[in-house]
Design a protein around this ligand. Structure first.
Ligand code: ATP
Ligand code: PRP
Ligand code: MG
Length: 296
């Protein structure tokens, strides 16, 4: 294996699981971190920037970053919360808009529990023991005693069915896993999504900034599309009210007198509605272009 060049920034990336694919897309297509990962190896050097990707379990990445073993990383907010008291040197660089789900107290639907206070002192199985312990402590008193929290690293929802737990604390996205196990949400503890994080003492702040800018540019590109259309000057004001752009639209004169061409960024999700509205105020030759990357 080639050794890590000493001048390289180390970036912790989830090696598998729910975040892996979207992380790779973001880092390669978005941040241009092209690399070759040798078979079975958890380290890959990038060709364009002095960055080495280190493939790690998502649940360990906050700790690696907080302790400065890697300079940056991508993991869930839930993982950061779980390791919280040790994270004084960790800071969040950007929210990434994927890996969105919630961490929730779940109990058998048949029990019909109205709130989690009745679970204080009972048996709870989770991959998030620190969050669960803190959460249940607010419900505990002399008569309930301490909640018995047991750590498992996966397949958490099976614990109630196996008779090992009265409730679980685990992630819920679509709810499919939870419902299949006959569970329901009793209380939501937190909403979570993937975040880009850094160690505040990294010796590569300029490189962190470059990666952050590249990712932000890519995120904008994936959220927006470029709209272009022609409109008569008398209808321009109404058309610009529909497409005010991100900062401001570009308006240029057409050869045909009385007409101008407009281009502006629009939210991808609003594009169809905006085209309808522009047509209604007399715009024509309306075109939508995808943006593959951007820098604003
Ligand atoms: N169903 C989900 N939807 C969205 N994000 C999720 C989901 N499950 C997990 N995550 C996010 O991904 C992070 C890593 O969890 P994941 O389950 O991918 O890792 P893992 O348990 O190491 O992998 P695997 O489940 O393949 O063993 C979680 O901390 C959370 O932030
Ligand atoms: O609400 P859903 O869409 O069903 O997603 C939630 C499930 O996804 C994750 O599990 P994963 O698939 O990573 O398996 P694991 O429990 O073995 O980690 C999480 O731990 C939940 O079990
Ligand atoms: Mg998992």
């Amino acid at each position: 294996m080639s050794s890590i060049p000493p001048e390289n920034l180390l970036m912790g990336v989830p090696k598998k699981g729910r975040l892996h694919e979207q992380c790779m897309k973001l880092l390669v297509q978005g941040a241009g971190l092209e690399h070759k990962r040798p078979e079975r190896l958890d380290i890959a050097h990038c060709t364009d920037l002095p960055v080495t990707l280190v493939f790690l379990p998502a649940h360990d990445i906050a700790t690696y970053v907080a302790e400065g073993n890697v300079d940056m990383g991508i993991t869930g907010m839930d993982v950061i919360e779980e390791t919280e008291p040790q994270n004084k040197d960790l800071s969040i660089v950007a929210k990434l808009g994927f890996g969105q789900c919630k961490l929730a107290v779940q109990a058998p639907a048949a029990e019909g529990l109205k709130d989690a206070s009745v679970l204080a002192g009972k048996r709870v199985v989770t991959s998030f023991p620190a969050i669960a312990e803190k959460y249940f402590s607010k419900y505990e008193n002399d008569s309930t005693g301490k909640t018995k929290i047991k750590f498992v690293s996966g397949s958490v929802e099976a614990a109630c069915g196996l008779g090992l737990a009265d409730a679980v604390v685990d992630l819920v996205e679509t709810g499919t896993t939870m419902r299949a196990a006959g569970l329901e949400i009793v209380e939501t503890i937190m909403e979570t999504e993937a975040v880009l994080i850094k160690n505040v003492n990294t010796p590569y702040p300029a490189l962190v900034e470059t990666i952050k800018k590249r990712i932000e540019g890519y995120q904008t590109a994936t959220k927006y599309q470029m709209i272009q259309y022609n409109v008569q000057r008398e209808n321009l004001e109404k058309a610009l009210a529909i497409t005010p752009g991100k900062r401001s639209p570009t308006v240029s004169a057409l050869e045909e007198s009385g007409w101008c061409a407009v281009s502006a960024l629009v939210h991808k999700k609003d594009a169809a509605k905006i085209m309808d509205e522009l047509e209604r105020v007399g715009a024509d030759s309306i075109l939508i272009f995808s943006i593959s990357n951007s820098r604003m």
